[in-house]
Design a protein around this ligand. Structure first.
Ligand code: AKB
Length: 316
């Protein structure tokens, strides 16, 4: 590969598994992980790592030069629930980091950028079911506003300066290797840990809060696929809708009960319920499927059984 890959925010929930996958594909030395803190052992030991704050532009340039980086995956972000507690910090982190990377693309220092958006770009005026790619978008969270703004800037930098930036709107991502941090969809991971440890879970979302979700392996596959697609196939340069499964806490609990019959769920909705209510229940991702061949592999049943095995393994 001509030039290496840099992952910013490599120690987070998606960053960790993405780094390991990209190292498997391109070779360990070709993929530089970076974050503001150290992460999982396998990530730290398998290839180069740099402590890097995503808003520190001079340090980003230094790392890019040091390793001859040509592709950047900007995974650092403050998510929806945490963002509501620290709005300005969320805005600064989510937007400043993106600007630094887009400008490096504009200057021709790097060739390709991946930047994740989210279903949080949608809001209460968006059609809830099978939300189309192009629709009303009036997000009500700081995280959603920052992601929507970021999408506009990505498209602008592509149109005006030819920056090859690619993006998908992640739904809630479900995984067992690294815990998520501060999202509204985090209940769908906590529930597995609590089901195995205690046989019960109190959900911070209501029983019928349906949200779009996806197992981690599918999210990683989508990320790798869109980055490997020929440029002309990536027709949406804001961000692609991406969909796999959609369920409520009650439906997920019933699926878990097929494996752990004594599992009990109760509901104590908090401020995150309001965020969930402003988001779609399900997503129409036809453009991603048609343009670059996106296809998910995990349904609710398969995801649940892999999650239960995976969480059991991590708790050993
Ligand atoms: C969150 O809940 O904030 C995230 C997301 C849907 O982007 N998981």
């Amino acid at each position: 590969m001509a030039g290496r890959i840099l992952i910013i925010g490599a120690c987070g929930q998606i960053g960790t598994e993405l780094t390991l996958k990209l190292r498997e594909i391109h070779g360990n030395e070709e993929v530089v992980a970076s974050d503001i803190r150290e992460g999982a052992d396998d990530l730290m030991k398998s290839g180069p790592f740099e402590i890097l704050n995503a808003t520190d532009e001079p340090k980003i340039r230094e790392v890019i030069e040091k390793y001859n980086i040509k592709q950047v995956y900007l995974m650092a972000a403050m998510l929806s629930a945490t963002g509501e507690k620290a709005p300005m910090l969320a805005w600064n982190l989510n937007i400043d980091s993106l600007f630094h990377i887009l400008h490096l693309g504009k200057e021709g220092v790097i060739d390709k950028i991946f930047w994740p958006s989210s279903i949080a770009v949608f809001g209460p005026t968006t059609p809830k079911d099978d939300t189309p790619q192009i629709t009303a978008m009036e997000p009500t969270t700081v995280y959603g506003i920052s992601k929507q703004t970021g999408e506009r800037w990505c498209e602008y930098f592509f149109n005006k300066f030819g920056v090859d930036v690619r993006s998908i709107r992640y739904p809630g991502i479900i995984s067992y290797k690294t815990l998520p941090g501060g999202g509204t969809t985090d209940y769908a991971i906590e529930i597995f840990h609590e089901a195995i440890k205690n046989g019960s879970y109190t959900s911070f979302l209501d029983k019928d809060a349906a949200l779009p979700m996806m197992f981690m392996d599918d999210a990683i596959k989508a990320t790798v696929d869109i980055m490997e697609a020929p440029a002309e196939k990536v027709k949406v340069r804001s961000s692609y809708n991406l969909s796999a499964i959609s369920f409520t806490p009650e439906v997920l609990a019933k699926e878990i009960q097929k494996h752990i019959p004594e599992f009990k769920i109760s509901y104590e909705p908090d401020f995150r319920q309001q965020i969930a209510e402003s988001w779609p229940s399900s997503i129409d991702d036809t453009p991603a499927r048609e343009d670059w061949g996106w296809k998910h592999q995990y349904d609710l049943e398969k995801m649940t059984s892999v999650m239960l095995d995976g969480v059991k393994e991590t708790l050993k």
